[in-house]
Design a protein around this ligand. Sequence first.
Ligand SMILES: NC(=O)c1ccc[n+]([C@@H]2O[C@H](COP(=O)([O-])OP(=O)(O)OC[C@H]3O[C@@H](n4cnc5c(N)ncnc54)[C@H](OP(=O)(O)O)[C@@H]3O)[C@@H](O)[C@H]2O)c1
Length: 361
Amino acid sequence: MTSFDFVVARNDLEQCKLIDTTLPDAAALPADTLLVKVDRFAFTANNVTYAVMGDELKYWQIFPAPQGFGNIPVWGFGEVIASAHPSVPAGERLFGYFPMATHLVIEATDVSKRGLRDGAAHRQGVAPVYNAYARVGGDPAYAGRQGDYQALLRPLFMLSFLVDDFLAENDDFGARTVLLSSASSKTAFGLAHLLHTRGRKVTGLTSSGNTGFVSKLGCYDDVVTYDRIASVPADIPVAFVDMAGNSALRAALHQHFRDQMKCSVRVGLTHRATDANEGVLPGAKPRWFFAPDHIRKRAKEWGPGGIEQRFGAAWSGFAPMLERCLSVVESRGPDAVQQVYLDTLKGRIPPEQGHMLSLFG
Ligand SMILES: NC(=O)c1ccc[n+]([C@@H]2O[C@H](COP(=O)([O-])OP(=O)(O)OC[C@H]3O[C@@H](n4cnc5c(N)ncnc54)[C@H](OP(=O)(O)O)[C@@H]3O)[C@@H](O)[C@H]2O)c1
């Protein structure tokens, strides 16, 4: 049996191709191994960031590819089509981290009623969340359109939730307004929704083509295009959460707000325009927000289930917004997957679209 994998050249992300790999015989799987068909997965700018940071953050090691190539991890659904684990039957539906491929072989470990982990040696050494699979068969929250929203938004909204919590815990560092770059991104508008819900003023920074979408979301108090930053009053304390990762933009904001820049947090790289020598900027020193650290801290403080319970409540408040602002677009087959991949890479996907893909035609 064969799996088809969509791989990209690590040093030139515009080069991509489909390769085939041989799967183990379904009737003779090693003990505890699952053969999983990758049904459908979400693709957003976040997945491109996985590729950009593939070496640095070890994303390339999760789903091995031929020398010089990488398989970009995606969030989605798989169906167990053959199982050599006594507690996981064929037909089981899993939600988690998958390769852009038709199939994945999982070495099931830590199997419980709710989930399991892939214990494959090459997957160790990354954050535990990347090796966990939820058993979601029969759970309506993961079925149909709700399931698409989970794949498209849940991992991103976790970051939104954690950054909001980090800011709230620090009294927003004294900021009266929070500025978000790439305001049209799903991660940014999830955060804007949370900030808005707790009464914080939020300004969205975006490109001119996306101002209409951002303005209509209802969770931004102001929307400013990147070329109009100088028009924002600079005499109020602000916090900046950076999804764009554009060093020229970050420098311009710090120069504009100077000491009023009370906090500057980096979380994304949508613009992929970084300058290693950005030098010392006025105001708070920009720093990366590392989600696993914040999760560890809160897991300790809030105890078992504490994060899940609070995150669940936040998700319930956010999910209705998705019906209104996001249209799910489904694409099937290798050519369609390649097209959506390249369009995402080049920033050509309208922000109101959420793409669900499958390599099966
Ligand atoms: N650190 C973490 O743990 C973590 C977790 C979740 C997400 N993130 C990061 O947050 C960022 C947003 O991810 P997402 O999946 O939410 O994005 P998304 O919804 O796909 O965002 C799309 C938006 O990003 C901007 N953009 C995308 N591609 C671009 C390109 N090639 N050139 C210029 N602008 C481009 C555009 O926004 P504008 O026109 O508004 O700029 C576009 O509307 C990613 O960098 C992601 O990695 C980080």
